[in-house]
Design a protein around this ligand. Sequence first.
Ligand code: SAT
Ligand code: MN
Length: 586
Amino acid sequence: MNHFESFIKEMKDFLNPDSVYTMDGSDGEAQRLVEEAQKTEVDGRIVLQKLNQEIYPNSYYHRSNPNDVARTEHLTFVCAPTKEEAGPNNNWIEPKEAKEKMDSLFKNSMKGRTMYVIPFVMGNPKSKYAKNCVEITDSIYVALSMRIMARVGAEAIKSIGDSADFFKGIHSIGDVNPERRFIMHFPQDNMVMSFGSGYGGNALLGKKCYSLRIASYLGYKEGWLAEHMIIIGVEAPDGKITYFLGAFPSACGKTNLALLEPIFKGYKVWTLGDDIAWLNIGADGKLYAINPESGFFGVAPGTADKTNPVMMKTLKNNKFYPTLFTNTAIDKNDNTPWWEGLGNIPENLSDWQGTQYTDKTKPAAHPNSRFTVSVYNCPTLSKEYDNPNGVPISGIIFGGRRKDTAPLVCECKDWASGVFAASSIGSETTAAASGAQGTVRRDPMAMLPFCGYNMGDYFNHWLNIGKKLKNPPKIFVVNWFRKDEKGNFIWPGFRDNSRVLKWMIDRIEGKTGARESEIGLFPQENALDLSGLNLSKENIDKLLNVDRQEWKKEIVLIEEFYSKFGEKIPKELRDALQNLKNKING
Ligand code: SAT
Ligand code: MN
């Protein structure tokens, strides 16, 4: 028995399922599992319902328990040997105690159920940056979702071979009880145990749990970075493609930017990833990125022909089987998924909990309702998506959701100033995580909920990577979400964000100068192409301005955040903060 086989045996003995099924990743298997899911009831609901196959080919609908609709950060733990290693950015329990707690929940938990074994690879198996993984689950929905999100099956089993070096993810939806719900990470053991939730980020363990929390720790040990970032290639009219990374907190438009249709003729965005990027220093000293995932797990509300036409095409494409919709509403007239932003409210609509939609004060689709769709359905998928070496990065964009303070765009002077800006960036919370929405919290590199070790060490690791890079990418900070006094968004966002990308390319190519400010470099007068936009001079000024009063308050918040990490905050960042303070006060 090799290590993979003995892991399966160990899990079978421990979890005590009625049957064990190891996924081979074939099309036939997907068909069979989808058929079965349409007959299977879990937690009082049929797992999948077939949607209108003419309008949404290969699409199926899943409705979750209403208590299980988002990531639960307060139930998520990083069980490093010491609290200090996990850092103030993570909940921590001593590993032995955590393991015992989880063992008591998991023991015999699959009695009467099927145990699905999901061998998978994050990244192209041919890439030296790819990682081998196995997830055990009792959820057929998770098994099918994983097939979309990762390279599942025979290829993964081959890649694991006789090796003992693979990630172990152990998942059970248990009884979907928030009192018995925990997502425990054991970075030192390359293992995650997740109990009591079927929701994406809690249950698809290849995603946030492995490819960010565990992988960020591996990256720290091994000299690379696992980041919450999109990867895109922006093609200019001369045919040249500039590769960007973009880090934004969940539900801040990452997927829209990843599949952007630029408003300018001759420009094109090629998609490589919409959520996670693994960054390595290539042999030539440049920063290279791969997307470890193979699917999009995107927020449905707000996705429409106007805001994200490419995603609408992706969702209606029929190349990869299946596509899943979770917790959207359903238009009962034509059996299609529906969500806020798609247009007029259909007459005969059932809401995300399956009841007739009548109370129009509440949304019909859950604000965090999602689609799960293969990247291979995406018409703008980059030819380089599967390149084992990844793509060379020229620009990194950090963003947050702020109604004030943060300007539309600002370029950082160098890598260290970029790391400072990213380490201190704030954003208003969204529906992607349970808890209060709209409160500003620091969310460094959009990694606050995903960094699997002490963020002070993480900042230092970022600075060190920069020192090793030969030609470090330029770093930009953006905010699409500025509001005016009346509470309306000033910047149109969505496809118009290509205006900002165009300016960034000009900067990367050295075609335009920049205006210095207290916080970084702004576009020079008229350098940002605003043609055809109806923006008042006053609003343009507001978008590209530093309000010292607002920044004084911001500095207090940054200091407060940094102070949690004590001596772990690298000196370079403390100096950068002091520098900013001097400029704002000066
Ligand atoms: O965490 S999920 O991957 O489920 C969604 C998100 O927050 O990006
Ligand atoms: Mn995300």
